[in-house]
Design a protein. Structure first.
Ligand code: UD1
Ligand code: MG
Length: 455
């Protein structure tokens, strides 16, 4: 089958009024990626070599977004929404290029899996002209019903056009189908709009192909993979299903999730085997974690790379550009942004490291802040290998702490510190013997005199 060329036509012209959103429905994200991008991913995984997106509502915004997640896709505008067959025909130019398989998909069905699409394409490879993806929803109301006879699909009847007997059929149209490229335009051009909604139904090609003596079949996908999103409650439902799939996949790949239902992945999260993720951890886009790391509870991580055997959190925030090398430690209430924490370095408590390098084996004391921003520009802090930064230090960038440099706690460091030097950036301590006791006595007698005067 791999030799067969395939065009995926993704319908996404709908308004999605029930989302109650200024943004086109299919751009709402699941795991940080627009739902239509999930559909594109599935199409590609099922071997689609061409992509045609049919857009309408919010066309400009859609084009911009498509540029990001599917730069090679062609977009076609369906000016008036006259039905799913009419929508597919908006991509006529692409279909006419002569692909072996046309895979019609919906932009609002983000959980569709590549296997279900590949199964439909396989039927075309075996000689079918149309292979419709069916599913069995718990409640079939609203879906087109698949009417089969002797293992063949004879018709798809929309709910509104169904007889009472047909309404009892549980096998429904998921909406997606594979159509032989050499039949697609001929069949689509024959579709009329003589039905309850007065729309040009894609589903009519089933009967039209049958009438021509062509082979039409149905395949079956899981209910979840055919879940269509119409409102934000369904969006959350799809998110939950996606997350559950991903957690399971991570665990089967060797990642320990102590409370999997509390860990949230992004569409591109990568975690190596033998990494342990404690409860309530959130991964934003762009996270890569190697093996044997520990991510402690309540950590918030995005755009970060974490090498093997690192220790992160609890309550750590790793922002984009955080790059933790082997055995680095970033502890509680620490934030790291655009900074490399080299091998074995420790940033253990209440610290901000931004636009910086922390050299291998360096130790950053509690409450250290890299002052990287003057309100206008960002500056770099370079902390050398094996340096020791005492607690509550402010490192005012741009500044360099040399290899093995030692910063006294409470310092405000505004000048670079050479290798192995000791730097104090604070007032020297003064200690006055017995002065504490004297002071206490003076205050006590003053308070007593005030009390007497008031009586
Ligand atoms: C469709 C199917 C139905 C199936 C159901 C599964 C048809 C005629 N019916 O019905 O059998 O059970 O999906 O969810 O195909 N779209 C356009 N332009 C149009 C019309 C639709 O781009 O002119 C897009 C929509 O944005 C959407 C998809 O096509 O992504 C499906 O359209 P929708 O109106 O939701 O079809 P259903 O009535 O749900
Ligand atoms: Mg629908």
């Amino acid at each position: 089958m791999s030799q067969r060329s395939c065009l995926s036509v993704i319908l996404a012209a709908g308004e999605g009024t029930r989302m109650k959103s200024a943004m086109p429905k299919v751009l709402h994200a699941i795991a940080g990626l627009p739902m239509v991008a999930h559909v594109v991913k599935a199409a590609e995984a099922a071997g689609a070599t061409g992509l045609a997106l049919v857009i309408g509502h919010g066309a400009d915004e859609m084009r911009k977004a498509v540029q990001k997640f599917a730069p090679k896709a062609e977009t076609f505008v369906q000016e008036k929404r006259l039905g799913t067959a009419h929508a597919v025909l908006a991509a006529r130019e692409a279909i006419a290029k002569g692909y072996d398989d046309i895979l019609v998909m919906f932009g609002d069905t983000p959980l569709i899996d590549a296997a279900a699409l590949a199964a439909a394409r396989q039927k075309l490879a075996e000689g079918a002209a149309v292979a419709v993806i069916g599913f069995r929803p718990p409640n079939p109301t609203g879906y087109g019903r698949l009417i089969e006879k002797g293992g063949r699909l004879v018709a798809i009847r929309e709910e509104k056009d169904c007889s009472e007997a047909e309404k009892k059929i549980g096998f429904c149209n998921a909406g997606m189908m594979a159509v032989a490229g050499n039949q697609a335009l001929r069949l689509l051009d024959k579709v009329g709009n003589n039905n309850a909604k007065g729309e040009f139904y894609l589903t009519d090609i089933v009967e039209l192909a049958g009438a021509d003596g062509l082979d039409v079949v149905a395949t079956e996908a899981s209910f979840e993979s055919a879940l269509g999103i119409n409102n934000r409650a369904e969006l959350a439902e799809a998110e939950a299903i996606w997350q559950a799939r991903q957690r399971r996949e991570a665990m089967l790949a060797g990642v320990t999730l102590i409370a999997p239902e509390t860990v949230y992945f992004s569409h591109d999260t990568e975690i190596g085997a033998d990494t342990i993720v404690e409860p309530h951890v959130w991964f934003g886009p762009g996270v890569k974690i190697a093996s044997g790391a520990k991510i402690h509870a309540f950590s918030h991580i995005e755009g970060a790379t974490i090498a093997s055997n690192c220790d992160v959190g609890p309550f750590a925030r790793l922002r984009p550009g955080a790059d933790l090398r082997q055995k680095a430690k970033v502890g509680n209430f620490c934030e790291v942004k655009q900074a490399t924490i080299e091998e074995g370095a420790k940033v253990n408590h209440l610290t901000y490291i931004g636009d910086a390098r922390v050299g291998a084996g360096a130790n950053i004391g509690a409450g250290t802040i890299t002052c990287n921003y003057d309100g206008f520009s960002k500056f770099f802090t370079d902390i050398g290998e094996g340096a020791f930064v005492g607690s509550n230090s402010a490192l005012v960038a741009p500044v360099t702490i040399g290899k093995g440099g030692y910063i006294a706690s409470g310092s405000v460091i505004t000048e670079s510190v050479p290798d192995d030097a000791l730097a104090f950036g604070r007032a020297r301590q003064k200690t006055l013997p017995r002065k504490g006791k004297e002071l206490r006595e003076r205050f006590a007698s003053a308070a007593a005199a005030k009390k007497r005067a008031a009586e």
